[in-house]
Structures are given as C-alpha cells and as structure tokens.
Design a protein around this ligand. Sequence first.
Ligand code: GAL
Length: 698
Amino acid sequence: MSGGIVPGAPLPERGAPVPFTPEQLLFGGDWSPEQWDRATWREDVELMRRARVNTVTLGVFSWACLEPREGEYDLAWLDEVIDLLEEAGIGYFLATPTASPPPWFTRAHPEAMPVRPDGVRLTHGSRDTYAISAPAYREASRRIAAVLGEHFGGRAGLRGWHLHNEYGTLDHGPHAARAFRTWLQARYGDLETLNAQWSTAFWSQRYGDWEEITPPQDTQYLHNPAQLIDFRRFSSDEMLAAMVEQREAIRATGSRAPITTNFMLPTWNHLEQWSWAQQQDVVSIDHYLDTTAPDAETHVAYGADLTRSWAGGSWVLMEQNARGISLGDRTVVKSAQRMLRNSIGYIARGSQSSLFFQWRASLGGSEQWHSGLVPHAGDDTEHFRAVCALGETLERLAPVTALPADGPLVAAEVAIAWHADGWWALETPHLPHDGIRYAEEVRAIHRSFWRAGIPTDFARPGSDVSGYRLLVVPCLYPLSEEEVSWLEEYVAGGGELVVTFLSGLSDPSLRIVPGGYPGALRELLGVRVEEMRPLPAGVQEGLDDGSVIEEWAELLEAPGAEVLAAYTHGDLRGRPAITRSARGAGHAVYLSARLRQDSRDRFLADLCTRLGIAATVAGAAERGLEAVRRRGAGADHLFLLHHGDKEVTVRAEGTDLLTGVSAAEGLVIAAGGVAVLALAPDAEASLATGPAAMPAGG
Ligand code: GAL
C-alpha cells in the first residue's frame, strides 16, 4: 500500500482530464441504500427503471457501514445493492466514504479531528470532520480506498470513482502546523526569504525558527495577509495530496475506472481548481442554485462554463437540487420546467450528465428536508412524473455526448481569467473595501456576456489565450511576474485585454508593487492610479459616457492611454475612469470604476461589437432565448433554452432532437421551452423577428 505523499513535495505530473464519452447522458443521483430496507432497495431499482435512471452514486457517506470497526469490513450489503443495479442495467459511481469518518475513528484517533482557528477541536456528529494532515486519517483513507478498489474495482457497472465528497475542511491544529511548515520550506527555501515575503518586519512578527510558524489561528487583531493566503494555498495542496493518495491506492489494485472528485461550485472556495482538474480523469461539480430570479439561469451558465474550462472539455454534473432552491432561511420549490431547462442548460455547456442529490429523500438525519427525485410523498406525485419526463427527454439527447474530433466543445472568442488566488486575496481583511467579493465580480462579468448571448471560457493565468479575441481580468489582486508577462504577450500578439480595478496590485505574497497602482500592469495599461476611492454604500455616481458606477472609483492619470470615459463627480470630475492603451498589435483597457450591471453589460456588448465578436444567434438573448452551440462528432447541436415569456421562432437547417420537428421552416419555441437542433457543422441559425420579451422568473 502507498505510504502517502510528503507535504510540500510535488505531485505526480499528469496530463489533462481524459475525454468522457458515455453512450448516453448520465441521469440519476446519489443513492443511499444504507438508509433503507431491502424492500425499498427493490422498489427503488424499479422506480429508477421507470424514470430511465442510468447512473447512481453509491457510498458517499457509508464508511461506518462499510468498516463498522477499525479494520473489519462489511461489503456484502453493497455487493447486493450493486447486483441489483447491474441486473437492472444501471451504472454507478462508487465513492470513497472519507468525507465522514465514523465515530470509532474519533475514539481511536482523537488527535485526527480538525481544530478551528479558535483552538476548539471538533468531534464527530456531523460530517466532514477530519484533520486532513493527520497521519491516522490519511492512513485510514488510503486503506478504505484500497479495500473498495480491490473488491469493486473490476465490476462491470462501475462508471467511475468518486473520491471523497466536496473536499473543504480546513484544519488549524498541530498536524496542519507541521505540514504547513514543510510546505513553506518547499516554497521559500529559507526563513529569510519567508520573512521578507511575509513582511514580518511589520508588528514584530519576524520568525527565528520554522517551529514558530503556525496556521492562522485566532489572534488579537488582524492576521498577516501573506500568512493567510499561503495557508489557503497550502490547504488546497494538502487536500489535493490526500485525493491523489486515494487515487494511487485505487490504481494499485488494478482498477482502471475513471477518477473524479466532486467540486462544489464555489460559493465558498478552498480549492485551486486548475491544479485539481489535472489530477483527475473527469472533472465533476455539485451546483446548487442560490436564487429563483432570472439570474438563476446565468448561474447555471456560469457554473457550467467554469467547469468546462477547468476540465478542458466535457465534464460531469454530479449533484444539483431536484426540487428545491435554498434561499438561506427557506427552501422554495424549483419548478419541473426549470429542473428540465436547467439540466439541459448544463449539458449545452459540456456536461455529460444530469445527476442529482439525491435519489430518494431521506426520512431522518440532518438533510431529511432536502428534496430528492423520489419525494417523501412517493412516486404518485407531480414531481416524480416530471422526473420520469426528464429521463425520457435526456434519452433523446444521447447523440450530444459524442465529442468533436478536435477543437473546443463550445467555441468561444472571449475568456475570463479565473484563479483562486484572486478569491483568497479579497478575503484577507482590512482592504480598502472589504465588501468586494471575487466570485461576485467574476460572475458579474460573465453575466454581461451571457446577456449578450456571447459564449465565454475561463482561462488559467499563464495558459495559451492567443486564440481569444478578448480576455477579461476581473479583480485578480496578486499577479506574479510570469502572469504579467503573460498579459503583455497576449496584448502584443493582438489581443484585446480588459483589466478591472483591484487587479495586479501585488506580488503573490500580497506585497504591494509601489509607484502607483496597479503595480506591474501600469506600463501595459498606460495608467497610474494614485489613490483608491471606494464609494459609500448605496451611492451611485456617473461617467461621462452615461455609465452608472457604484462601490468603487479611483484617482488616476493616463499618460499612456486614450481616455474612453471620465468621472463626473467631486474632485474626480473630468479625470480618466476607463482607458485604452495601444500596445504591439493589441490593446489594454482599464476599468478603474465598478460599473453597475446594466452599464457593464452595455460596455462589454459595445466592445464585442467593435471587435466583431458575435452572439451565437443574433437577437436571441434580447428575447430571453439562450442559444449555445455544443460541437459534436459529425453534427453540432444548437441548444435553445427559452427563459423569456413570449414564444420565439428559430430557423435553421436542423431538426429538433426532442420533437423530431425540422426548423427549416421555422421552429416555434414556447416560453419556458427547450429545443436542441442537430445541425450540420457549418449550418447557421437565425431568429424570425418578433416582439422582444423579458426573461421570466420562477
Ligand atoms: C452537497 C453535498 C451533498 C448534500 C447536498 C445537499 O453539497 O455533497 O452530500 O449535502 O449538498 O445539501
């Protein structure tokens, strides 16, 4: 058995995730037979067949049932479950259950429980309670992974390994302290360098011995931001090392089934997804809507575009909510129409599945009120009938799973830079404005392109972006020298770069680059920011191009750039707000102000028009029709998701996979409806003119 990975040591190099091409779209969800008796197992499998479920996820929280006492295994019940599934022709992901160690584990290894920043050591009783760096936890995780790999790794219905569940428990205890120091030694080499990078001259924090360094536990006042961001990076790397150990333990048993771990679409974020994606065969996410408003649709697109980009192609939607949308203090019903439209929305943007949490709603336990595909009321319900209809619809969409021989799955001319460093930097306290959130800023930019119907990818800083005509960098506060050169080369090569406020202010250790903001990007942008001027909450000001701004403004000069818009308020009146420099064959735009969403939409749509970047179907977005062209083998598929409230008519040389109706003479799509046209690779689609309609809510 593998002995584990030394903290701070490089992980094995791997290529990109492998293309994932199931013969049909995966449909189903997490199934927890350990919560039910055998009669219900049989009923469940029967209902799954009725609903055309072809995939379930097993074992996510089954550790206590699989290993009831340390080193004693009970796998017979899972064999029985798997036999039932295989007889019914239903595939499954098998999870390693390490997100939830059983009570015996705590009792035997109390020191392997996580410690909060305030020093409180947690105990079992919920889930996700483990200290990721504790040797006993890592050993127990490798062991159960190997046992499952050995026993189930060759089973015919195994679609893949689902390692752990939503990695994300941070530990601030002694095991983490030791591993953090090793990680820091690998990063900085010696203490002098660490002291310099962490600016420890400030507040007498200078370290004279590695042993003095701890995770950022609660302290009297503000933490050192460099320590905070390095701890986030370390925690991501440490969890990744734990995942890779499990992967290797399973591989050592000879099982070749693809390996994934389910990311949480970040509303909180403890992972640096680009490096995680490279260590998996298939990238998967869990995505839960956080609003019922029309913006829910943009959230689907945002999550799907991010995941397709991390994966570099097809991916798996591992969980979504069947019937509920959690609004924090209450869960409201997600309509059947939205369940179907959103499922197809993820698929349009590269998902090979529509999987849910969970198959059958639990009767007890902490999530007894979480919806399922089978509700508490059973199968004689509107909801279960909608689930069956979804299963039927997804079967008709099977041809879309075939991947194009080359090129992207969804062709985009726009990329948005994404990196967890931006997120973590803006979570350090005592910034000029503590209310600006990285994810919200990135999502706001993505929303503008979505509203214009323009496809977007996300880009890893440093990756090849030469194929994009427009690259937007929102609020990426730290930038390394390599990342600055990456942006310079992009512009020199003819790209159009848009950089927003709060980008490029510091080096990776969050040390400000002096001489005027934004540090190392001044030359490229042709600007020099003297001062940040956050606006008071609720205050809106204007720019002289008619834009409305909120939250953020800056005092800057633009010696090397053309001024596209100027401020109109206070002593900033007449000063540059939006600038554009010409560098090499390209341009670099600087947005020093935070535009209100409608102004941001207009600004980016105008820029796309000037650059000749077109919507997938001209005029569709304005009518509430989301159009996404997913490339395939032989045929492309034009997904048309109608979020608006008035029917629209689309013309194209293609046939709707859902109804078999040709769109050559015009296909009418009802409000809330969906069509998926199989097109010849070079066929275009157009919209018959009709009245514009606003996106519908609900
Ligand atoms: C997910 C998690 C599931 C379940 C679900 C609903 O994030 O992976 O196990 O808890 O949320 O809350």
